[in-house]
Design a protein around this ligand. Structure first.
Ligand code: ADP
Ligand code: MG
Ligand code: MG
Length: 875
């Protein structure tokens, strides 16, 4: 088996075998760029090394040795030859670039003899000894595991004794003395002399690079970036070129475009008289690449030409390492440059305009997940952050403000234009006004679907939930995390995208929907076959989503209208009513309010379809908290035992107890409410129809779809469908108008998916409610699972992902596929969509496309992401 490839034996398609760095070095060689010659030891060799219990087999050693001979022939130099030594770098290079995570050794082949040879050969003793001391430090650190600190400390003392301020002031003689000290360090720390045999140096370094695949940094990096652990790294052996040979030499790094903004302008830095690592190490401040134009005009000209050539060749923005040795330019690495979302979009769009790539390719160049960065205010990454605590990243965006613990205060200060962050154990509908007034919401309890999270996402406000480390003390008006105490009025900054809570103010950048972004999304629309709707509960949400290009509303949750503080009393009255007439009276007052909401949403969507779901949550969610009530009642019993207030509160408490359920998620909710209290659904249906009629009179067109939640048996839907139709007939008779509408259901109970052929008889459309469908399929209650065991499940690899964030294709997905298939057996034209949070997640979106759904629906701020992901699914 072939484990070793000379640079002229490879090309860029061999990344799996040669790693990204090796494959690109070979490719650059192939297209005639000035790349120092060398060879690559394959990733398979690395894996074989681990299979062989961490020894480099004789076979691999032999192949390395023969490649070395070829390299010696090519360069006319020999490893360890004092009169004409070959020096090489030993460079790690994985399949997916893991910048700086693994090890590299430069100047290998130096020893007490070759250094002298180098000195006389180049007639530059200072350079030779400078290279040698670099090698000793690097090799000792990487291979022998000696901390660089010892070397740095010695060098610093030496400089001080001699009165030098910078390294370039050291002469050859000085470096020789430093080297003696360096070798003593090695002897002391490793109990051995610094290895003088270059062959031994080489194999030890190769082994270290193999080992560095499994250093802690690399493991963590792979976990974060979802890179598999079994890939292994390749090792590149490359003849050295020297940027430290004097003022006609140097080294640098450049991006062909600005990786932060995407601007088409060479972006980079270099250092004169230095070796590769110095640029990143920050010992000297590098100069901007543009000044190279003055310092080395010919090199600069050649370099810019090569940059263009590489961009054209790879058809993507490149990140390039180069070195200049005595006025001659060498290219040492190229790869597709990492970039921000903003840059990714601009580069992709401009490359289409420049004719480098086509639109489809441009759509694939932008990661939908990154787009979130652009739609919310975000922390300027340039500034350091001091984290105090971390919770669930419930709603993205960043905000700074004073800590307040009370919703009324948040509202008051907010109305005065002050920036506050509302910190609560949890939020309830009573806190809505405070949430409106606050810049962001933090809770110490509750999951990603808790009240605070859902409402905050709807408002597009940053929110961190379930931050259990946070101990709120309402008496002392402060919260603490460990021994950090944050007082009422203190300034904090929160990042809802990461869940971080930080002390003090951190500068922010505004979101930008650039022209390029709009253009890219228009291209996405041309490409995609999957509709993108939005989950919008208010006209404001609907307007926002419309701006972001939504094709309609896929889910309008009517309960959030009920939670509005102005209406909550009427809703509570409705729930507390003892008689049908009392209830009817309350409902009659709610009807015009709901109608107005629906009109607003219909208007915002300008004729695009709007799916309205009738009331879903258990009724007790609209009533006050039981414990608080109990305290109030007890207090009143003591102080004011025959007041009206006590009687009222006792009545509410009784009702709260009556409605209390052991498992509300599986209790009296969804269509079960509609069957138990038909007048509620009837009121809602009428509100919708009156809205349609009133708008029709004004000449405003609407497309409405009425959705019955939580159906498990076709009979449930049958009864509810008839109820809606009757309400429709009534309103049509009253208004003298006829209108069309659809009645459908949410598929969120496994039984509904499994009997979808029957259910489809009564449904014009299905919308897969994957939040509940995931709960009911796994048998997890989401709020309990996310707080209590889901993270452990993921840590212990029981589950690979949180199924509430990334659709479980194997199980929940199977139910969706079954539902679509059975439903369409009955009604081939059945409209299908998904309205869970998964509708805004890219892999789930791809699944929905493949499952044959007509649309996904997601929160307004995820609409752009979904448009792009939907396009990518079709390409
Ligand atoms: P990383 O993957 O951490 O960037 P590299 O293998 O690219 O590590 O090496 C680090 C630095 O060493 C590079 O910036 C490059 O400039 C320098 N370097 C690597 N090989 C050579 C070489 N053959 N000649 C001169 N400099 C080199
Ligand atoms: Mg590099
Ligand atoms: Mg549901």
């Amino acid at each position: 088996k072939k484990f070793v490839y000379l640079f002229d034996e490879g090309n860029s398609s061999m990344k799996n075998l040669l790693g990204g760095k090796g494959a690109n070095l070979a490719e650059m060689k192939k297209i005639g760029l000035p790349v120092p010659f060398g060879f690559t030891i394959s990733t398979e060799a690395c894996n074989t090394y681990y299979d062989d219990n961490k020894v480099i087999s004789d076979k691999i050693r032999d192949q390395i040795s023969s490649a070395l001979v070829k390299l010696e022939e090519e360069t006319g130099k020999r490893l360890g030859d004092a009169s004409n030594p070959l020096l090489v770098s030993v460079r790690s290079g994985a399949v997916f670039s893991m910048p700086g995570m693994m090890d590299t050794v430069l100047n290998l082949g130096m020893n007490d003899e070759t250094v002298a040879g180098m000195a006389s050969l180049t007639n530059n003793a200072r350079f030779a000894y400078d290279s040698y001391r670099r090698f000793i430090q690097m090799f000792s650190n990487v291979v022998l595991d000696v901390d660089v600190f010892y070397f740095e400390q010695l060098l610093e003392e030496y400089r001080e004794n001699k009165g030098y301020l910078t390294d370039p002031e050291l002469s050859a003689r000085d470096w020789q003395e430093v080297i003696i000290g360096y070798k003593e360090i090695v002897k002391k720390r490793t109990k051995n002399d610094f290895p003088q045999d270059p062959k031994q140096q080489l194999f030890l370094s190769i082994q270290s690079v193999f080992e560095s695949w499994n250093n802690q940094r690399a493991i963590v990096y792979r976990r974060i970036n979802k890179i598999p652990d079994h890939l292994g790294t390749a090792v590149n052996i490359q003849s050295m070129v020297f940027g430290n040979m004097g003022d006609d030499s140097g080294t640098g790094v450049a991006f062909t475009r600005n990786p932060s903004t995407g601007e088409h302008l060479l972006y980079g830095e270099y250092l004169i008289n230095a070796q590769g690592e110095d640029v990143v190490a920050g010992i000297r401040t590098p100069q901007p690449i543009q000044s190279l134009q003055n310092e080395m005009p010919d090199v600069y000209k050649e370099f810019t030409k090569i940059c263009q050539q590489l961009e054209q060749h790879y058809q993507d923005m490149q990140d390039i390492e180069f070195t200049v040795e005595r006025g001659k330019l060498y290219i040492l690495q190229t790869r597709n440059g990492k970039r921000t979302a903003q840059a990714a979009i601009r580069v992709a769009v401009e490359m289409v305009k420049e004719g480098i790539i086509d639109k489809k390719e441009a759509l694939l160049r932008v990661d939908p997940d990154q787009l979130d960065q652009l739609l919310h205010r975000r922390i300027d990454e340039k500034f350091a952050r001091k984290q105090v605590a971390k919770g669930l990243p419930a709603s993205p965006g960043a905000a700074t403000g004073q800590v307040v613990f009370d919703a009324d205060e948040a509202e008051l200060l907010g109305s005065e234009g002050k920036k506050v962050i509302l910190v609560r154990t949890e939020t309830t509908p009573d806190d809505i006004h405070g949430m409106v007034g606050a810049q962001a919401i933090v809770t110490s309890r509750g999951g990603m679907t808790s009240h605070a999270a859902v409402v905050a996402r709807g408002m597009g406000k940053p929110c961190i939930c379930g931050c259990e480390a946070l101990k709120i003390d309402l008496v002392a008006m402060q919260f603490s995390v460990g021994d950090t105490i944050v007082k009422h009025g203190d300034i904090i900054t929160v990042d809802g995208a990461t869940g971080e809570i930080m002390l003090g103010e951190i500068p922010m950048i505004d979101p930008e929907l650039s022209d390029e972004f709009q253009l890219l999304l228009n291209w996405a629309d041309e490409e995609r076959a999957l509709g993108v709707r939005t989950n919008a509960d208010t006209p404001e949400d609907a307007k926002k989503a419309f701006e972001f290009g939504a094709d309609g509303v896929g889910l309008c949750r009517t309960e959030h209208m009920f939670m509005d503080p102005a209406r909550l009393p009427i809703v509570q009255e409705m729930i507390l009513s003892e008689t049908f007439d009392e209830r009817k009276n309350a409902l009659d007052r709610l009807l015009p309010i709901q109608q107005k909401d629906f009109e607003g949403i219909f208007e915002a969507m300008q004729g695009k379809p709007v799916t309205i779901r009738l009331l879903d949550p258990p009724l007790h969610e609209f009533l006050p908290n039981k414990e608080e009530l109990l305290i109030d009642v007890t207090k009143l019993q003591i102080s004011n035992s025959d007041s009206q207030e006590l009687k009222d509160k006792e009545k509410i408490l009784k009702k709260v107890r009556q409605l209390e359920e052991i498992n509300p998620m599986l209790g009296l909710r969804g269509c079960r409410l509609g069957i138990m209290f038909p007048e509620i659904y009837e009121m809602q249906a009428k509100a919708i129809f009156y809205a349609i009629a009133d708008l029709a009179k004004k000449g405003i067109q609407t497309t409405s779809e009425i959705m019955i939640p939580l159906v498990g048996h076709v009979n449930e839907l049958k009864v509810m469908r008839q109820l809606v139709i009757d309400a429709g007939v009534q309103v049509q008779n009253e208004t003298g108008l006829t209108f069309e509408y659809l009645i459908g259901t949410m598929i969120e109970i496994p039984r509904a998916a499994l009997t979808a052929d029957k259910i489809a008889q009564e449904a014009d459309f299905f919308s897969f409610g994957t939040n509940d469908l995931t709960q009911t399929t796994f048998g997890y209650s989401r709020d309990d699972a996310e707080g209590k065991f889901l993270q452990s499940y993921i840590d212990k690899k029981v589950l690979t992902e949180n199924p509430f964030a990334v659709l479980d294709q194997e199980g929940v997905g199977k139910l969706i596929e079954t539902g679509v298939k059975l439903g369409r057996q009955t009604k081939p034209q059945l409209k299908t969509g998904i309205c869970g949070e998964h509708g805004g997640e890219k892999s789930s979106i791809e699944f929905c496309y493949n499952a044959g759904l007509d649309y996904v629906s997601c929160s307004p701020y995820r609409v752009p992401l979904a448009r792009l992901a939907a396009a990518q699914a079709t390409i």
